[in-house]
Design a protein around this ligand. Structure first.
Ligand code: UDP
Length: 244
């Protein structure tokens, strides 16, 4: 199975994938055993990448950039290069765990607040009893913690490393360390563990359907407002046609 050519939104590559296609590619990456990086992007990622060339480079060098945010689907459609569906970290983690349980893929959960990764592991194993969680560690993206993390990850030999340090830290961290860690698939999953465990409640399905998940986040995590200013900026930039 080949990786489809990305669609470029304001210069940021986004791969046109369905969940099914994504899971097939994850399986392929695991059998190829090259350390691959997957990013779960949204409009905030795009605006960050426009401000920070190093972050743009991370996204350009990632093996897959998933359309996690609804705004990316809107922008892609507007520029005439539609994406098939959203592929989010928060829904994707369940599909990935289900497939991993069936295929015997080993997961390592890294990041989030103390205890959250453990509770995420219990919740996923409760749902998919055959799932192998080869390791769990909160750790931190600080350099000082890397040797310790590397030791834990290497001895657990996972097939998939889910990293929840928030964007862009998690994505920089994976880009920097993936070769050294040698895990076939590393994915930056943002707040996905928080959603599994219920530390953060995900938007109700009807709001997600209306593409208003951003509004839910603004209300439930108001401290993100400054970061969320990137949403109107993104809409404006796409309207002006800078994506063409
Ligand atoms: N986080 C962490 N270490 C850090 C910064 C963040 O473990 O130094 C975790 C945080 O606890 C949360 C996730 O990273 O579980 C970030 O979630 P958020 O919803 O902010 O993701 P984003 O939207 O930034 O990708």
């Amino acid at each position: 199975m080949t990786i489809p050519e990305p669609v470029f939104i304001l210069g940021v590559p986004v791969h046109p994938l369905t969940y099914a296609h994504w899971l097939e590619l994850v399986g392929q990456f695991i059998s190829e055993r090259e350390p691959r990086q997957i990013c779960t992007a949204n409009p905030e990622f795009v605006m960050m990448a426009l401000r920070q060339p190093e972050f743009m480079r991370v996204l350009l060098n990632a093996d897959l950039v998933l359309a996690d945010g609804a705004g990316l689907l809107w922008a892609a459609k507007k520029q005439g290069t539609p994406l098939p569906e959203r592929v989010t970290g928060s829904d994707g983690i369940y599909l990935l765990a289900e497939r991993a349980a069936a295929a015997g893929w080993r997961l390592f959960l890294l990041g989030a607040a103390l205890g959250v990764a453990e509770r995420t592991a219990s919740a996923l194993v409760g749902r998919y009893p055959d799932l192998i969680i080869s390791g769990v560690y909160a750790g931190s993206p600080q350099d000082a913690d890397f040797a310790n993390i590397a030791e834990r990850v290497r001895s657990a030999s996972p097939d998939i490393l889910l990293v929840a340090y928030g964007a862009p830290k998690q994505d920089f961290w994976i880009a920097r360390h993936r070769q050294e860690l040698g895990v076939p698939v590393s994915i930056g999953v943002g707040g996905a563990f928080d959603h599994v465990v219920g530390v953060q409640r995900r938007a109700p399905a009807w709001l997600i359907r209306l593409n208003l998940e951003w509004l839910w986040r603004l209300i439930t995590q108001p401290w993100r407002w400054r970061r969320q200013l990137d949403l109107p900026r993104f809409v404006w930039a796409v309207w002006r046609g800078r994506g063409r």
